[in-house]
Design a protein around this ligand. Structure first.
Ligand SMILES: NC(=O)c1ccc[n+]([C@@H]2O[C@H](COP(=O)([O-])OP(=O)(O)OC[C@H]3O[C@@H](n4cnc5c(N)ncnc54)[C@H](O)[C@@H]3O)[C@@H](O)[C@H]2O)c1
Length: 267
């Protein structure tokens, strides 16, 4: 199985956890891995290089595509790495006959979606509503995945990841945290689900304060084990109780929807 962006934060977590779930890893990044492990195949390549990607995916059972710009940046940087890169990954998988691709999408594809007045937000009710150029690139990622599933029959699972980190560090993340263990089990479920076709699921832990519905992710076989709540007391003591009308808490994309993210683009 090929993991792109293997040297990054989530890639490093997956490379630690997927082998013990039976996956042999081929790890690709544009930079050499600082910590290659025994038995791990390593590829240094750029995901926007289609010929290199056809070679890299050859013989793989699946691709987990994490590589790219993982936050807001210039349009040129985001669109090249994330849109062109996702096209190359899917097209390489199609050409090489790789049947399944798992795509690291993001909550920011739907960032301006408001929190429902009551109940949980289903993926199907969070239509494309990007909060940044980064979010636009994740909308394009999901659209490309949909095209390759419908037209070429690939299984494509898009993970709308919340906040993947060792532990929650803000009160928003009490809702959006995806723990390292749950990163591994979510990707493992996306790789093993029988014939998912095209699927889009939220990627968060079993957080007491979560408001994104995990029904679809659980239907793939995802069984989250972590909850951000044990961190709540300490975070609330420092930052205060979340104000439900503050956009940081009232919109899917949180602080990415604030005007400051506009200014940072051209800074
Ligand atoms: N970390 C999160 O909370 C989070 C949330 C939502 C979505 N995601 C998505 O998950 C993926 C992984 O996130 P992360 O936090 O590990 O990011 P990261 O920035 O830590 O890692 C990204 C990796 O991709 C590599 N890369 C960048 N451009 C490349 C290219 N053109 N070719 C090959 N490799 C390239 C980088 O060298 C880096 O190792 C990203 O697509 C990100 O958008 C992450």
């Amino acid at each position: 199985m090929l993991v792109t962006g293997a040297a990054g934060r989530i890639g490093t977590v997956l490379r630690g956890g997927l082998p013990e779930r039976g996956w042999a890893l081929r790890s690709l990044d544009v930079v050499p891995l600082p910590d290659a492990r025994p038995g791990e195949e390593q590829v240094v390549a750029d995901v926007t290089d289609l010929a290199a990607m056809v070679e890299a995916v050859s013989g793989a059972a699946a691709v987990v595509h994490l590589a790219g710009v993982s936050g807001e940046s210039t349009w040129a940087a985001v669109s090249h790495a994330n849109i062109e890169g996702t096209y190359c990954v899917l097209e390489a998988a199609r050409r090489a006959g790789v049947p399944r691709v798992v795509l690291a999408s993001s909550n920011h594809a739907t960032g301006f979606t408001p929190r429902p007045d009551a109940g949980l937000l289903r993926e199907a009710d969070a239509l494309p509503r990007p909060d940044t150029y980064y979010g636009v690139s994740k909308v394009a990622m999901e659209a490309l995945g949909s095209l390759y599933a419908d037209r070429y029959g690939l299984d494509v699972v898009c993970l709308r990841i919340g906040s993947a980190s060792p532990e929650p560090t803000t009160t928003r993340q009490l809702s959006t945290w995806l723990s390292p263990r749950d990163q591994v089990s979510l990707v493992d479920a996306a790789l093993r689900a029988p014939s998912p076709g095209f699927a889009v699921v939220w990627g968060v832990s079993a957080n007491t304060r979560a408001w994104w519905d995990l029904t679809a992710a659980r239907a793939l076989g995802y069984e989250p084990v972590d909850d951000a709540e044990p961190y709540a007391e300490a975070l609330v003591e420092v930052h205060g109780e979340p104000d439900p009308v503050d956009p940081v808490h009232a919109r899917v994309g949180g602080e990415f929807t604030l005007p400051s993210f506009d200014a940072e683009v051209d800074a």
